[in-house]
Design a binder for this molecule. Structure first.
Ligand code: ZN
Ligand code: ZN
Length: 354
């Protein structure tokens, strides 16, 4: 099924339309990425508006929409009102999570149709990925795995977190990433107890844990991976915490299957970490959905009520963070299959000492 047909299925009546403003929804509906633009979807026809910087690419690649150029003489609001009139639209569903207050006020004031929040329903189509989307996600994850093995020999005592971050980004791009899927987290030593710490000027030293949380962006799809490695040596306590996180992750991945809510998978990892005495030190969710965005629904966290289905994708990232000491997180990405899951992250998970 084409994505635009999924969007059309939301329209109960001919007078209803959809206004796609976010890059994610426009990409999903048109199955082609244009950095800026607005699209309208109706049962009588669909139009994609963008400006001269992107118009040629849009015209050559977007099939299911009439592609129209906006310019000073044809501002977006005029083109939108034209479409509203031509297709007889009275209600436009819109993405309330992706408009600023100013943008919303401008549209509400000037468009000749009523605006109705529809973000949640639009986003739900992205829960279960199409095969072509999964192919891109596997490729993004493969690039991420290669970047990790490339960056390992570059980790040296004496370099700063920021310098290692630069090497990591380089390795992602060199291996075919279009970009990184989010600002990489590269933290060391006591900073590893900050689950989302920001790379700084701290110098790496022997006995450090180093946490690398990063991913490639490939054809708009995000990869995500975390590995925690030790520099020089690891103490008994570091090994114990590492093994606990890994045991929790392996058990939760083994319990990952469709037909259950995400929170049930979270609970498997949480139980093992709690039983080892570290329950108070695993504050975040076990896993999040990802795809066009690095964080998207449905989640495998304590609030994850969505019943998981084949084709959904989620991260698997338990962690233990001991304030002032160190932290460990290990993260893979899995695709839900008919009877379990496929782990698309292949980097080794036994403790690596660099
Ligand atoms: Zn991550
Ligand atoms: Zn993640």
């Amino acid at each position: 099924m084409k994505n635009i047909d999924k969007y059309l299925s939301l329209l109960a009546q001919e007078q209803e339309g959809l206004l796609l403003t976010s890059r994610y929804a426009r990409f999903y509906g048109a199955e082609y990425d244009i950095a800026e633009g607005i699209a309208v979807v109706t049962r009588k026809g669909s139009r994609y508006f963008t400006d001269s910087r992107y118009i040629e690419a849009a015209q050559n690649n977007i099939r299911d929409f009439e592609v129209i150029c906006t310019d000073a003489a044809h501002p977006y609001n005029d083109l939108l009102n034209e479409a509203i009139e031509d297709f007889g639209i009275t209600v436009l569903g819109f993405e309330e999570e992706y408009l600023t207050v100013a943008e919303y006020q401008d549209l509400a004031k000037n468009l000749k149709a009523e605006l109705k929040p529809l973000n949640k329903k639009l986003a739900k189509f992205r829960y279960v990925k199409e095969q072509w989307e999964l192919e891109r996600m596997r490729k993004a994850q493969e690039i991420t795995d290669r970047a990790f093995s490339d960056v390992l020999p570059r980790i040296k005592a004496g370099m700063t977190e920021k310098q290692l971050q630069a090497e990591l980004v380089y390795c992602v791009l060199k291996n075919g990433g279009d970009n990184v899927s989010f600002d990489p987290i590269v933290v060391s030593g006591p900073n590893t107890s900050l689950p989302h710490g920001v790379p700084g000027d701290r110098v790496l030293q022997p006995g450090d844990f180093i946490t690398l949380d990063f991913g490639a962006l490939y054809q708009r799809y995000c990869a995500d991976m975390t590995r925690t490695v030790a520099l020089g040596y690891a103490t008994e306590e570091m090994r114990k915490v590492y093994d606990t996180v890994l045991t929790a992750q392996n058990a939760a991945i083994a319990a990952t299957k469709p037909g259950i809510p995400g929170k049930q998978i979270d609970a498997v990892a949480r139980r093992i970490i709690a039983d080892a005495g570290y329950g108070a030190y695993f504050g975040h969710g076990y896993g999040h959905g990802l795809g066009l965005q690095i964080h998207e629904d449905p989640n495998c966290n304590p609030a994850g009520d969505v019943i998981m289905e084949p084709g959904m994708v989620a991260s698997s990232e338990p962690g233990i963070y001991l304030p002032g000491k160190f932290g460990v997180r290990i993260e893979d990405v899995v695709i839900f299959t008919a009877d379990g899951c496929e782990n698309i992250t292949t980097s080794p998970k036994e403790l690596i000492i660099v």
